[in-house]
Ligand binder design. Structure first.
Ligand code: ZN
Length: 42
């Protein structure tokens, strides 16, 4: 299984659709303040 830690992932908020690129999902959505659990990897 290849390591992809150097590559940023794309995350999308399932509540408002906000998307960002980061290694990990943000602690909370800057748009709707949904918790990290609301983010899914794309
Ligand atoms: Zn959101």
């Amino acid at each position: 299984m290849a390591e992809t830690l150097k590559l940023k992932k794309k995350w999308r908020c399932t509540v408002c659709g906000y998307a960002c690129n980061a290694d990990e999902a943000p602690e909370s959505c800057p748009e709707c303040y949904a918790p990290r659990e609301a983010f899914v990897e794309e």
